[in-house]
Design a protein around this ligand. Sequence first.
Ligand code: HEC
Length: 159
Amino acid sequence: MLRTKSQNLAVIGLALALVIGGASSLVFAHGDAKGVVKDRMDLMKDMADSMKVMGAMIKGETAFDPALVVEKAGFLADHAPMIPDMTPEGSNDHPSEALPTIWQAWDDYVADADALAAEGAKLVEIATTGADQATIRAQYVKLGKTCGTCHDRFRKPKE
Ligand code: HEC
């Protein structure tokens, strides 16, 4: 399917909003998080930052730089497997937004983390092999969807 550039930008904007929406208020709201919950939130924030850096580039707000895509997508691919490790059973005390369904559907949770790792690795590969911007953009959108897939099922919706 062919899309115009502006439609693609709208998709990216939406993907970013879904993934990192409201992130600026999190530091304050989650100031009292401790231990593994805090580590997990910090990792998620770093992941959101990586998405933002790539998103700004893809939207044309910053200079297009495939090496930076490789770095940020590589960060996501490398750290995705740590998400299950950082989600020990029952680690959702206040102010965590992790849902108890994580431990009821553990294999799906791990599969969602694997999907993030796989799509991140694909973006690294695409950006390394000199793909054009449209191809990179399409893979970026795919990658962003893996964040939403896990959040939709395993993270408390925003009030
Ligand atoms: C395998 C599941 C999973 C994947 C994949 C995932 N997340 Fe999360 N994310 C969570 C869970 C669970 C929480 C809630 C953590 C908590 O509050 O204890 C969360 C919380 C967050 C938060 C809020 C952090 C905070 O300070 O409360 C942000 C931002 C975030 N994720 C960004 C991302 C981005 C960006 C991606 C993709 C690049 C991503 N996540 C992929 C499970 C996932």
